[in-house]
Design a protein around this ligand. Structure first.
Ligand code: SAM
Length: 315
């Protein structure tokens, strides 16, 4: 504990106040997901306990104290992996409460884990907690998880990038209490046409967001939209429609939270073109034949002759 240690209720330094300028010196010392000293910030995945990573499961199984993200971490997962641990719901607790709670438990020698929904890197506010803990002398690190847009794509039996349909993916959220209207870019992403727009934190605002899209000249009201409520949970539900009618459908269903909204042709899984990976390239065509290898979906590096070219590999 340092002299500036945070007693419960005392102020915790705010976001962006990192202890060091630039990259953390531990970067390159560990690989992603490797067990490290301190408190792991674990991505719990979208809900199904089977979608927790093996490393996450090992760490959660051993925990004495699990601080979790409330209703977004499924009770099935908590029951399956945290039956013997003390559970603390982080919802409604500020940093001034959470940091001393985790710090004190860690310093008492208890095994503490912080469980975020999906992946902590996406709308998780993990870094401000990690930095605040480290200022208290408690190291912390991230164990990634399956983000909910990936689970929604799996539910929909589609890809977020789809050859000839969607070359880009945008993770975004709608304007609201924490995002100024000027910083809401959903309209720009949708207008681009070849982007799959994944809206987090927007279930309550689907109608509003769609109304704004309908006001934009460059947006086709018939653009497909899929809303996946509780992707991977037992009560998962899928609502499909278009920009013109999805708002009403979601309102009729009564969902106000916990859904992923995917906008774009890729949400249907239709209309794609055969990829370069399983076409010309597999048949011995040079990777250069596609120029930058842009004619496909996926990621990977493939060696063709002396040259390593980024091509489209299956995931
Ligand atoms: C605070 S953000 C956290 C996102 C999380 N870190 C992730 O990677 O999925 C919460 C939002 O994620 C989305 N979400 C989380 N779990 C979900 C699930 N199982 N199904 C659909 N959407 C989900 C919803 O849009 C919800 O409003």
């Amino acid at each position: 504990m340092t002299d500036e240690s945070t007693d419960s209720g005392a102020s915790v330094a705010g976001a962006g106040d990192r202890p060091e300028e630039g990259l953390d010196p531990r970067v390159r010392e560990y690989t992603a997901g490797e067990e490290q000293e301190g408190i792991p910030f674990i991505g719990a995945g979208p809900g199904d306990p089977g979608l927790l990573t093996l490393r996450g499961k090992e760490l959660v199984d051993e925990a004495d104290l699990v601080v979790h993200a409330g209703s977004l971490v499924s009770s099935a997962l908590l029951e399956e992996h945290c039956a013997d641990a003390e559970l603390v719901n982080s919802v409604g607790k500020d940093l001034e409460e959470l940091i001393p709670l985790m710090r004190d438990a860690h310093e008492e020698g208890r095994t503490v884990v912080r469980l975020h929904s999906g992946d902590p890197a996406v709308y998780g506010a993990a870094l401000e907690q990690i930095d605040a803990l480290e200022r208290e002398g408690v190291p912390a690190y991230v164990v990634p998880g399956v983000t909910s847009s990936f689970a929604a794509a799996a539910t929909l039996r589609t890809q977020l990038t789809l050859n000839g349909v969607a070359n880009h993916v945008a993770f975004t959220r709608p304007r609201g209490k924490t995002l100024d209207a000027a910083d809401d870019h959903i309209g720009e992403f949708v207008e681009m046409g070849d982007v799959t727009t994944c809206i987090y934190l927007g279930t309550h605002a689907v109608s509003d967001a769609m109304d704004r899209l309908l006001d934009r000249e460059g947006v086709d009201p018939e653009t497909p939209v899929a809303v996946v409520y509780h992707a991977s949970w037992d009560d998962e539900d899928v609502i499909t429609g278009t920009i013109a009618d999805i708002g009403e459908k979601v309102e009729d269903a009564g969902y106000r939270a916990s859904a992923m909204v995917l906008i774009g042709e890729a949400a249907t899984g239709a209309g794609y073109e055969r990829s370069y990976l399983y076409g010309d390239w597999a048949n011995g065509g040079s990777a250069d034949a596609a120029g930058d290898g842009s004619n496909g979906a996926g990621d990977g590096a493939e060696t063709t002759g002396a040259e390593t070219t980024e091509t489209e590999a299956d995931d």
